[in-house]
Write a protein that binds this ligand. Structure first.
Ligand SMILES: [Zn+2]
Length: 324
C-alpha cells in the first residue's frame, strides 16, 4: 500500500515545488514568446480605410497593445504608385518599428531565375539603404524559398550571406491575407458583414496558429522557440491588432521584438534545413527535417476551410450555401 501511495505523494510534492518555484516552472514550461511582422508594405487601400488612415490606426493599435517593435517588410517597387507610401513607412519607423527587404516587386522564386530574383532584391536594397530602422533581413515573398529546387534554395542562401542579409523566416502563419481579401469582396459587394464575428475569427485563427506551431516546434526540437508571426499591412490588423495581442497574452504569450526573435537558436535552421520542398513556415521545415509526421501546419491555412469559417461566421451563411 505504502509503496503505491508514496510515489504518488512524492509526485504531488514535486509538482507543488515546481509550481511554487519560478525557476523550476520556467524549465518545465518556458514562456511562449512571439514577435509580430507585417508584409507587403505599402499595400493599396483596404475595404474600410485609406492607406493613411490604416497606417495611423495600425501604429495606434500597436502602441495601445504595448508593442515595442514590429517589423514591416517593404516592396519599394510599389511606392511610386501608392501616394504617401514613403511617409507612411517613415511613420512606422518613427513609432519605433523596423523595416526590411521583401524584394522590389514581390516575385515568386519558383517562377523566377535566381539572377532576375536577385536583381529585384538588390533594387529593393538600394531603396532601403541608409534608411532609419533598417534591419539586414530578407523575407521571401509567398515564403517561397525555391520549393522543389534545392539548387535555388542553396543559391539564395549563398546570395543572402554575400549581401550580409539573413532569412527573415516566420514560424506562425494563419493566412490573414485571405480574410482581408474575402472581407474586401464582401464589403465592396455591399454584403452584410458581422464585424464582431470578424474580430473573433481573426483573433481566434492567429492564437490557434501560434499554439499549433508552438506545439509542432516543441515536438520537433523539445523546446519553444522565439516565434515570428506573419501578418500583412491590412485593415484587419488596423482594426484588431490590440485584440489579438490581448488574446495572445491571455494564453500565456509574451510579445517580443523581432530583434530578439531572430537571435533565437531556431534561426540556425533557416540556413541549414534540407527537405524536399523549401518554403512555408520555418516551423514546418524543422518538423519535416526532424521526421514529425504530416500535417505540419495549422489546419486553418487550408483556404477552403478558412472560406467556410468566413462565410458561416462573418457573412452568416449556412453550411450548404457556403459550400455551393
Ligand atoms: Zn509578401
Amino acid at each position: 500500500m505504502t509503496r503505491i501511495i508514496l510515489p504518488f505523494f512524492l509526485a504531488l510534492f514535486a509538482g507543488a515545488l515546481a509550481i511554487s518555484s519560478p525557476a523550476a516552472a520556467d524549465e518545465a514550461q518556458p514562456s511562449k514568446r512571439i514577435a509580430l511582422s507585417f508584409d507587403d508594405v505599402p499595400r493599396g487601400e483596404g475595404a474600410y480605410f485609406t492607406s493613411d488612415e490604416r497606417t495611423a490606426r495600425l501604429i495606434a493599435g500597436l502602441k495601445e497593445a504595448g508593442i515595442e517593435q514590429a517589423a514591416f517588410f517593404v516592396n519599394p517597387g510599389r511606392i511610386a504608385k501608392r501616394p504617401g507610401a514613403e511617409e507612411r513607412i517613415a511613420a512606422y519607423v518613427a513609432a519605433g518599428h523596423v523595416i526590411a527587404n521583401h524584394t522590389n516587386t514581390h516575385p515568386r522564386l519558383s517562377d523566377t531565375s535566381v539572377e532576375d530574383y536577385l536583381s529585384d532584391l538588390d533594387a529593393a536594397a538600394d531603396w532601403l539603404k541608409g534608411r532609419e530602422g533598417l534591419r539586414p533581413w530578407f523575407r521571401f515573398p509567398f515564403l517561397d524559398e525555391g520549393r522543389r529546387d534545392p539548387e535555388k534554395r542553396d543559391a539564395m542562401r549563398a546570395a543572402l550571406a554575400e549581401r550580409g542579409l539573413t532569412n527573415a523566416y516566420v514560424t506562425v502563419d494563419a493566412s490573414d491575407w485571405f480574410y482581408e481579401h474575402e472581407l474586401g469582396l464582401a464589403v465592396r459587394a455591399g454584403m452584410q458583414v458581422n464585424q464582431e464575428a470578424m474580430r473573433g475569427l481573426y483573433v481566434e485563427v492567429h492564437v490557434e496558429a501560434a499554439e499549433a506551431y508552438d506545439a509542432l516546434a516543441r515536438q520537433a526540437t523539445g523546446r519553444s522557440p522565439a516565434h515570428v508571426m506573419l501578418l500583412h499591412e491590412t485593415d484587419l490588423a488596423a482594426l484588431y491588432v490590440t485584440d489579438l495581442v490581448a488574446a495572445l497574452k491571455a494564453k500565456g504569450w509574451t510579445i517580443i521584438t523581432n530583434d530578439e526573435a531572430y537571435e533565437d537558436p531556431f534561426a540556425d535552421y533557416a540556413e541549414t534545413y534540407d527537405t524536399p520542398s523549401a518554403g512555408g513556415t520555418l516551423t514546418e521545415q524543422v518538423a519535416w527535417q526532424m521526421g514529425v509526421p504530416a500535417p505540419r501546419w495549422y489546419a486553418g491555412n487550408n483556404t477552403e476551410l478558412a472560406e467556410q469559417w468566413f462565410k458561416m461566421r462573418v457573412l452568416g451563411e449556412d453550411m450548404e450555401t457556403a459550400q455551393e
